[in-house]
Ligand binder design. Structure first.
Ligand code: EPZ
Length: 422
């Protein structure tokens, strides 16, 4: 397993290109199963999760060609040869559950392994299943698989009122509803930019959707969808992650492709902490207003609130802030695993259930630390960039799931960072 060696090197400055959004691409790709026509995605990120979704779609009989060094994904599924998403692939990546809605909507049946939990939580899929049942599907859970059937081969439109916001359940139900007979209304739907991007792509394919970006989506089912070409929206989590580089190290970084609308609540917190963010023609320019940042409190919420996927990274910044910050994680039940690792670097963090109290220290110290999940691993990289001395982050395969060419992008800003193959 690879490790990454980082030597704290003071202020970092330069430009960082932001890639297409992993979490948009992982729901746009299964949309190819909804149509017999080709679906081509551009601005696709080059990540191991994308490779896993490619492997899954190919196992179902879809054609997926990765072109232009992975930036373009040319996909087509004239017919779905295999309707079973196997555990061996699904267990590697939970987003695999997003092939269930499209297969069920397209052919009236599907068998998908339950994804199981992951490091940050149990992550059930009951809301996904609730939506499909409301749309008439018969679901049989056995042997760790969901066996789904639509009576008469077609789902029917329904009103689905989600008890709480779920990004994946909204995406799965939205895709399924495009081919259902009649009208579907999704209430308490997720409002993330990745949902908006999916709706825009589905509309290009001929879907009839209203309300994306709000809590209520209305979908008029159609008999079939066409092909389309669609650019993957910029990755707001990669964007927010790299915006924290000058915030924690000093210096000035311009994140190419970044827009304020993608990171509104996050920018408000950075501003309060003493970090300035300016929209330029090319992206977002970020630097500290004056020296050490100030402590701020953070509560993670569904979009447009503060994103849970930036909580670990923000904690790294607040470990070096002046004062005490309180971070409340309201989305996942176990998303503070970066805290003990940051503590090894000299951070002062007290975790009580879903709340972490961080008392800032002037400077962290390099240490050997271990990545536990995707966003925890990048929070350790951020801490290491600002720390005194050397840090070795192990198990960086977590990183490769969500950050393409991370070392290269950081070295371009002056970071001393290299991958150690072990
Ligand atoms: C998506 O996961 C993202 N993943 C996550 O990003 C992100 O953290 C999350 O949304 C929240 O924004 C992808 O898009 C591939 P949820 P998802 O359904 O859809 C519970 C990253 O780092 N829940 O909104 O799985 C669930 O356990 C990843 O890029 C149920 O109880 O998230 C969680 O506590 C991590 N039943 C909460 O709801 C369900 O049926 C929100 O989950 C579904 C979810």
């Amino acid at each position: 397993m690879d490790s990454i060696l980082v030597k704290g090197n003071g202020a970092l400055s330069g430009t960082i290109p932001i890639a297409g959004a992993k979490n948009a691409c992982l729901t746009l790709m299964p949309a190819t199963l909804l149509s017999e026509e080709p679906l081509t995605l551009t601005n696709a990120p080059r990540l191991s999760d994308i490779a896993t979704m490619t492997q899954l779609l190919r196992s179902l009989g879809a054609e997926v060609a990765s072109l232009q060094d992975g930036l373009v994904l040319a996909m087509s599924s004239h017919n779905i040869a295999n309707h079973t998403a196997d555990y061996d692939i699904v267990r590697k990546m939970r987003a695999s559950i997003l092939v269930l809605g499209p297969m069920l909507a397209r052919d009236g049946h599907a068998v998908v392994s339950l994804p199981g939990g992951c490091a940050i939580g149990a992550r059930p899929v009951d809301l996904h299943l609730q939506a499909f049942e409301a749309m008439g599907a018969d679901l049989d859970l056995r042997d760790g698989y969901v066996h789904a059937k639509a009576p008469g081969g077609r789902l029917r439109g329904a009103v689905v009122d989600f008890p709480f916001v779920s990004v994946g359940a909204t995406e799965n139900a939205l895709m399924a509803a495009t081919l259902a007979k009649g009208t579907t209304v999704l209430k308490n739907a997720a409002r993330e930019p990745e949902i908006v991007d999916l709706a825009r792509c589905l509309r290009k394919m001929g879907a009839q959707i209203e309300g994306e970006g709000t809590s209520t989506l209305t979908i008029q089912g159609v008999d079939r969808l066409n092909g389309a070409t669609h650019p993957v929206v910029t990755d707001r989590i990669e964007l927010g992650t790299y915006m924290l580089v000058p915030a924690i190290c000093g210096g000035e970084v311009e994140c190419l492709g970044g827009t304020l609308e993608l990171v509104g609540a996050f920018v408000e917190k950075l501003d309060a902490a003493g970090v300035s963010v300016t929209q330029t023609e090319r992206g977002l320019k970020v630097s500290r207003k004056n020296g050490r940042v100030r402590a701020v409190d953070v509560v993670t919420e569904p979009f447009p609130g503060f994103p849970t996927d930036l909580q670990a990274q923000m904690m790294a910044l607040l470990c070096t802030a002046e004062g005490t910050s309180v971070l409340e994680e309201r989305i996942f039940e176990n998303r503070f695993m970066h805290a003990p690792e940051l503590t090894r670097m000299g951070a002062k963090i007290e975790v009580h259930g879903g709340t972490a109290k961080v008392t800032g220290v002037p400077r962290l110290k390099g240490a050997r630390v271990m990545a536990t999940d995707l966003r925890a691993s990048v929070s350790l990289i951020l801490a290491a960039l600002a720390a005194e001395g050397e840090t070795v982050v192990s198990r960086v395969y977590h990183l490769d799931r969500g950050y393409e060419r991370l070392e290269e992008k950081l070295r371009a800003c002056g970071a001393q960072i290299e991958r150690i193959r072990t």
